[in-house]
Structure formats: structure tokens, C-alpha cells
Design a protein around this ligand. Structure first.
Ligand SMILES: Cc1cc2nc3c(=O)[nH]c(=O)nc-3n(C[C@H](O)[C@H](O)[C@H](O)COP(=O)(O)O)c2cc1C
Length: 378
């Protein structure tokens, strides 16, 4: 059976050559969120990272961490691990036919990944990654894919060597986050789209670019600058799930309420729902700190929903009164002011330098929303 499966471009075409991708996100790219994103332009979504050893040995973990539905396609299930047989055993426990591909996480930079010997800490051990990818490619009925970061930022050749080896090992699709594992938290910094472009030229399989996406304009710019086949977003999509839908205007408070219905339908744990609320409503909650507290203290779905309705009413009043909102969204919380080149690129759109040139104002905390469109039209 494994010989007959589609790989590389044939596989990519079979899932509709997606351009807009929802990133794997622990506790956040769960079914309800994926389904919300799909309503607003997302064409491919990853599950949150699943721990292969826990998934293969703990039925409770499996039940809690993986869920899908027929409309949740195409979907890639992402695993972490350092042992080919363990990752394979985990992937084989996915319900038959439930996913389109199995992805290996080689991008997680967190301390827990260092301790667990997985994620970006495997980037310096290409033999290990290669062994897992070739095992998955040979043994699974669906293609195997890999999500990586830049191996380092002083020697691009290391990343190029790695991607060639992964392609040769049987990876059908690669996703490259254009940052190194050291670039996280307050050290996040800009993503290196030139490096992604170099990888695009090196490999002959579909490539997804990741990193540096704040607005839909960034999506288009990234596709052009890198030549990648698709763009993946994580943080900007968490803040604005309609990121990939430039043609439809929708407020974040509406998206929050829409998400809540999906979260109820798919029985999303309350902790995850709350985290989504803080991401969707980040800017407004800087202003309405009492509602931030209400979300924090909410005990179950009903109370979270009540806080979201109160938020929407507050937002309506603010709009009516013309009250300004904080201009810094969640995506920008660690970001440095943008460089000169980017400011020039953005002259028509999302960002604007302050008169001193040392700060950046981001008028679109709600990209593509009715407000941002209004702002553009004045
Ligand atoms: C809340 C959160 C959870 C994440 N979980 C995962 C994960 O499970 N697997 C993974 O490969 N990357 C994970 N990431 C990293 C993202 O997939 C993505 O590579 C990174 O955020 C850069 O994309 P961005 O610039 O669009 O945010 C996570 C990121 C966030 C913000």
C-alpha cells in the first residue's frame, strides 16, 4: 500500500495546492480553532504537536489531544519524538484515514524540547531526523512532512544540507520557520525570508514559509519574496483568525463569539478557550482590564461567553463614542520596531514610522476588520 501513496507535488495537488496554512500550536490549533480558521480562508491546518511516546502509550492522552471531524481537511498531524519506531507507532494509532499527512516537529525551541530531545534540538542531528522521516515515508499510508527552523544564522549551508537530506529521505513537504531556535520570546526578531528563498531553490518538493506574518499584505509579500508555495501563520492567526480572508471584514469580538460556539460544539477544554480569548481580544483587554479579569476568573463556558458578550457591548460603545484603542496587538508584543526597508515597503499599508523614526505605530490591530477598512478610506 505504501508504494501507491502520493508524494511531493502529486500529494500537494491532491490536497488542493493550499496557500494559506494554520500552524501547529500546542493547546491552540485544536479542532474548534482550525474550523474557525477554515471558515476564513485557511486552506490547510496542522494539529497541535502530539508527543509520540505519550500518544503511543496513553489512551487518555490520545483521546484528549487528538480530535477531528470530516470537514477538518486537509489536516496534518504533528508529532515530536526522537525515535523512528515510537513516532511510527504513534502515527499508526491515529484513526485510519483521519489525516492527510504526518509531520515531524523539528522546530520547537523550548526548554522542554531540549530536555525531551526533540523539536529544534534535533536540527544538529540530521541522522536522527532522517531516520524518522524515512521510516514514516516507508511505513505509513500517508506522506511524511517536516517542520524545521534555520539550523543557525551564520551558515546557511547547514540548513541547505539538511533540507536536501530530508528530501532524499522521503519528506513530501517541508515547512521552514525562518528563525533559529535561539530566536524566541523577546529575542524573536525578524524572520529571514532570504534563507527561505534559498531553500525554495534547493528542494524540489512543496515548501511552506513561516515567520514574519502580521497582515495579509505580509502573506502576499512573503509568497513573492520567498517563492514558497504556501505561507503558515501562528501568532497573527491566533490574534486574527480571518488573517487569510482579505475580502471579508469581521471584528475580533464577532470572531471570539463564533469561536465560542465551535468550542462548545467540539468540547474544547476551558483553559484553551480562555487562552484564545486573550489572543483574540488582546488589544481591547489592555483597555478594559476589568473584562480581562472577568475572563481570567471565568469558571466554565457560560461565564467565558458572558465575558465575551460584555466585551462586545463595551466595544460597541467605544465605537459609538469614537474611543481610541491601544494600537499594539498581541503579535507585536515582542517585536522590535520594523527596519527601514520594511517601513518603506509598508508605506501603503500596515505600519507607519513615528516622526522620530524610532518607534512604529500599527494602526491595524484588527487587520481587515471593518475598522481598518474605515481607517483606510479616510
Ligand atoms: C501558542 C503557540 C504554540 C505553538 N506550538 C507549536 C507546535 O505545537 N508545533 C510547532 O511546530 N510549532 C509550534 N509553535 C510555533 C509556530 O508553529 C510557528 O512556527 C511560530 O510561532 C512562528 O510563526 P509566526 O511568526 O507566524 O508566529 C507554536 C507557537 C505558538 C505561538
Amino acid at each position: 500500500m505504501a508504494e501507491e501513496k502520493l508524494r511531493g507535488w502529486d500529494f500537494w495537488k491532491s490536497i488542493g495546492s493550499p496557500k494559506y496554512v494554520c500552524a501547529p500550536m500546542v493547546d491552540q490549533s485544536e479542532l474548534a480553532f482550525r474550523m474557525l480558521c477554515r471558515r476564513y480562508g485557511t486552506e490547510l491546518a496542522y494539529t497541535p504537536m502530539l508527543h509520540s511516546r505519550m500518544f503511543s502509550t496513553q489512551p487518555k492522552y490520545r483521546k484528549e489531544q487528538f480530535s477531528t471531524c470530516p470537514e477538518d481537511r486537509p489536516v496534518f498531524a504533528q508529532f515530536c519524538g526522537d525515535d523512528p519506531q515510537t513516532v511510527l507507532a504513534a502515527a499508526k494509532l491515529l484513526p485510519p484515514g483521519s489525516v492527510d499527512a504526518v509531520d515531524l516537529n523539528c522546530g520547537c525551541p523550548q526548554g522542554i524540547a531540549r530536555k525531551g530531545h526533540y523539536g529544534a534540538y534535533l536540527l544538529s542531528e540530521p541522522d536522527v531526523i532522517e531516520g524518522i522521516v524515512s521510516t514514516l515515508d516507508k511505513e505509513l499510508s500517508v506522506p511524511s512532512t517536516v517542520k524545521i527552523r534555520l539550523v543557525n544564522n551564520h551558515e546557511l549551508q547547514d540548513t541547505l544540507n539538511l533540507v536536501s537530506r530530508l528530501e532524499a529521505a522521503g519528506a513530501s513537504v517541508l515547512c521552514l520557520h525562518g528563525r533559529t531556535k535561539e530566536m524566541k520570546g523577546q529575542f524573536t526578531g525578524p524572520a529571514d525570508w532570504d534563507a527561505i528563498a534559498a531553500v525554495r531553490k534547493r528542494v524540489g518538493i512543496p515548501l511552506i514559509a513561516n515567520g514574519g506574518i502580521q497582515t495579509f499584505q505580509d502573506v502576499e509579500r512573503c509568497l513573492q519574496a520567498t517563492g514558497a508555495n504556501a505561507v503558515m501563520s501562528s501568532e497573527a492567526l491566533l490574534e486574527y483568525p480571518a488573517l487569510f480572508c482579505p475580502t471579508r471584514s469581521v471584528y475580533q469580538d464577532e470572531l471570539a463569539l463564533e469561536y465560542l460556539e465551535l468550542a462548545k460544539l467540539y468540547q474544547t477544554p476551558h483553559k484553551q478557550i480562555k487562552a484564545h480569548m486573550f489572543h483574540f481580544l488582546y488589544a481591547g483587554l489592555q483597555l478594559h482590564t476589568d473584562l480581562r479579569q472577568a475572563f481570567g476568573e471565568a469558571k466554565g463556558w457560560d461565564q467565558i461567553n458572558a465575558a465575551a458578550m460584555a466585551f462586545q457591548e463595551r466595544r460597541r460603545q467605544d465605537r459609538e463614542l469614537g474611543n481610541p484603542w491601544p494600537d499594539k496587538g498581541w503579535y507585536m508584543r515582542y517585536r522590535e520596531p520594523l527596519g527601514k526597508k520594511r517601513k518603506a515597503d509598508d508605506a501603503a499599508g500596515a505600519t507607519e514610522a513615528s516622526p522620530k523614526g524610532d518607534d512604529v505605530k500599527v494602526p491595524r490591530t484588527e487587520p481587515n476588520t471593518p475598522e481598518s477598512n474605515e481607517a483606510e478610506s479616510v
